[in-house]
Design a protein around this ligand. Sequence first.
Ligand SMILES: [Zn+2]
Length: 573
Amino acid sequence: MIKKTPILLSLVLCVACNVETPPKVTGPPQDVSGQAPGQEQLEKTLIHNAKIYTMDVGFSTADAILFDSSGRIHNVGGEEAMLEAFPDAMHIDLRGKTIIPGLIDSHAHLYGLALSLSQAQLRDTASKEEVIQRLREQESHLSEGDWLLGRGWDQNDWPVKEFPSRADLDSAFPGRPVWLRRIDGHAGWANSVALAMADQDLSGDWQPRGGFIYRDAQGQASGVLVDGAMELVEKAVPAVSPKLLQASLGLALQQMVSLGLTGVHDMGVDQSVVELYQQRIDAGQFPTRAYTFTDGAGKTLDWLCSNGTYEDASGRLYMRATKLYIDGAMGSRGAALLADYSDDSGNSGLLFMPAADLEAKIDKAMACGFQVGIHAIGDRGNRVTLDALEAALKRHPENPGRHRVEHSQILTAEDIPRFETLDVIAAMQPTHATSDMYWVEDRLGAERVLYAYAWRSLLDSGARLALGSDFPVEQVNPMLGIHAAVTRQDTKGWPPGGWYPDEKLSREEAVRGFTLDAAYAAFMEKSVGSLESGKRADFIVLEQNVFEIEASEIANIRVLQTWLDGELVYSYP
Ligand SMILES: [Zn+2]
């Protein structure tokens, strides 16, 4: 999966090609005088004629970057001086393209993405033929005997809007069980092999409780099972095989790096997932950095507490944080609000646990020296979380801090300044706002919505934002997050001017939330998050300049190359 140097060579050979005028160095001059002793034998690469946004604290720019085969950045600065000082480095002319630090998704589910990729994605298929085509692609990752699973089909998207049948699948997949869940999860579509693996004969005229079996004129199950009938087949579906899981994780990682993500804060994983990642790291197949959070304060935290925080020498896997939950989500009215939902009187949502239990879990994690990230969506969920953190911080002055509220979605005017006061990071996902904006005001009313997804208010109060996507709940592409943060619009430009536009971020703030501040939120700001001498050479090459392109086009920016530790781990074909 790790591509080596073909594109690099083509760029080197192209030094004499049509070259755009190099941009001016506007950043402070940096030391280009030499190198640390003992590093003379390292291979050096000098990328020049680039528009480099270092994302350092001063937001400086440059047009050349030098790094070596140890994966560390030597210098970032002016092209002329660097070309002169390092004539022996391998030179790559970037022809005016943009470089920014590798992006870091500060709240996502890498393992969840892998699980979803272990199934075929059938959403938005235009026909049954397209379903078969996607299934064939998925089958190429399977071993003999694996079930071919998929989800997301909707017959309303097809020319003939009728339920499909087992015969549609049988000719393409005669020897392997196929089971495909409908988009709403309320029906499944099986081939004959899968139907035959149900634990009872599906033919006849009987129906299961709470479900329905579609049958043909001969009384044979025709392939679609509804609600309570689905489990007749689902009971036979085995757990994802380790081999398929590894293949799916490979796809998930490849998707990440192809979209410019060199880091992810991976929420809620257990020991087996850490071991899965470790296997890939040992095999040299983990082209990103995962900063993982435990799944609560249970077994995984116990394991880590007794062994100390987990840190792989490669710098690609860390575990020193705990993920907790206090409430649910807005869509299902599970988020805990201080007053009733505006569209559901008598319902103010639910806390998952009493405040005292949350405090006990925070205590346990802090006593191990861990950082905590608490999922809080509603204004009550956030209030209880901030109260619990405030109390726990007093009891654990030795804890290194940087605790986080994951989502920080609905706040009150009084609670916004507490993030800064308590030095708590708001870990937020800009695309949640643009996904929810169509209906969330109905839930909250005109008053409370003013303190929802309040990125700007939080920043202005002095709080630090770490931005992310929450993939696979939202799409993986971080450019969608930057676009949403800057425009508060969907990718079609709705609503004009942006949804509650006072809360928009500038491009610099949005990119910082996906780089240096995301690194800070994982205690990694000294090694990644900006392009500065001594840091790891994690950076991406963009086809368009994220700081200059039309805001509406940010979501379409293409990543041309992704570099991790000074190694090219992705290049656009
Ligand atoms: Zn999440």
